[in-house]
Design a binder for this molecule. Structure first.
Ligand SMILES: NC(=O)c1ccc[n+]([C@@H]2O[C@H](COP(=O)([O-])OP(=O)(O)OC[C@H]3O[C@@H](n4cnc5c(N)ncnc54)[C@H](OP(=O)(O)O)[C@@H]3O)[C@@H](O)[C@H]2O)c1
Length: 297
């Protein structure tokens, strides 16, 4: 028999967990949220009668407790439940934040609970689910070994795949996701602005660059970094990169620092590929210049 679960924080992620854990055979112990209406809405979806705006009334009866409030409310919510003896002995308490470690749930340990986090690498945009948003995604888990074991089973039961990360490096894990997702958008914005200067703007910029972007992603997947790196830096083509810097400086000077910073870090990847000599490497570093110093705080 699958464990019983309680959801505290019936927003986008909490509702999705409630719906698809229920479908996977987990038994709903109930739903709690700041507002009774959110708890009731989530409970209604799976025809449960158990909802409340007092979390410990719900969590006391659960083998698993998910605290899916906004990140800033997780610790207080957990502390309140602990203070009101709302975790039964051996309960597994999980939050879903990508940025925060499981240690923010430490008060639950005093009640004999096991703590962990499971972060679904997915974007949850609404509380209305037609398809399972956990299907085929990666769920990152960390925490006490018993909690991690349970979180990994849950990820599998929801249709995803789990990876385990180091609790002490949770912030860097999250920074990596920000770079891969948010900064990819920033990088594409830079590329679109540059090609815009050549007369290809808007949707056309995306359409023209898309095969190149997809080809590069495919190469990274197939041969990895540094082998996937192509272009003037890896060829040691000093003249071309000097021209880029000159033209960008003339036409779109506001983009020059970003272009040079990416170029500077690309030199080491080219060096690792073994296609440029030490002297070319030094010349390139002079051309791109050291990255600008951080602003004094
Ligand atoms: N959204 C995503 O794409 C995504 C992806 C991965 C992970 N996550 C993580 O999942 C967690 C939940 O995010 P979300 O996007 O689902 O947030 P959300 O849609 O804003 O839902 C949070 C819910 O918690 C309730 N709540 C707020 N304070 C509370 C409290 N003190 N006690 C009980 N309930 C409280 C909210 O209020 P009401 O009761 O008033 O409705 C709301 O229903 C966060 O840790 C987030 O980092 C989110």
């Amino acid at each position: 028999m699958k464990p019983s679960f309680a959801i505290v924080g019936c927003g986008k992620v909490g509702t999705a967990l409630g719906v698809f854990l229920n479908s996977a055979g987990y038994r709903p112990a109930g739903f709690a949220s700041k507002s009774l209406s959110s708890a009731k809405r989530a409970a209604n979806i799976i025809q449960s009668d158990h909802f409340s705006d007092v979390p410990w009334e719900i969590t006391r009866n659960a083998d698993l407790v998910f605290i899916t409030t906004p990140d800033g409310a997780i610790t207080d919510t957990c502390d309140n439940i602990s203070r009101n003896r709302g975790f039964a002995n051996n309960t597994v308490v999980l939050h879903c934040s990508g940025a925060l470690p499981s240690t923010i749930l430490s008060t639950a340990k005093k009640c004999g609970a096991f703590i962990g986090s499971m972060h679904p690498l997915q974007s949850f945009a609404s509380v209305d689910y037609v398809t399972n948003p956990f299907k085929n995604i990666i769920v990152s888990t960390e925490g006490e070994s018993r909690a991690v074991k349970v979180a990994k089973e849950i990820a599998t039961d929801l249709g995803g795949t789990s990876v385990t990360i180091l609790t002490e490096a949770k912030t860097l894990y999250h920074a990596s996701a920000v770079v891969a997702s948010n900064y990819l958008v920033t990088l594409l914005d830079l590329a679109f602005k540059l090609i815009g200067e050549a007369g290809i703007a808007g949707q056309d910029a995306f359409d023209v660059l898309k095969p190149l972007i997809e080809g590069t992603l495919s190469n990274v997947e197939k041969v990895g970094i540094p082998e996937a790196l192509t272009g003037p830096i890896v060829r040691g083509d000093l003249e071309t990169v000097e021209k880029h810097i000159e033209e960008i400086g003339l036409i779109t000077p506001e983009l020059l620092a970003l272009y040079k910073t990416f170029g500077f870090y690309t030199i080491d990847i080219a060096k690792a590929k073994g296609t440029i000599s030490e002297s070319t490497c030094k010349k390139l570093k002079r051309i791109f210049g050291p990255p600008p110093p951080a602003d004094p705080v």
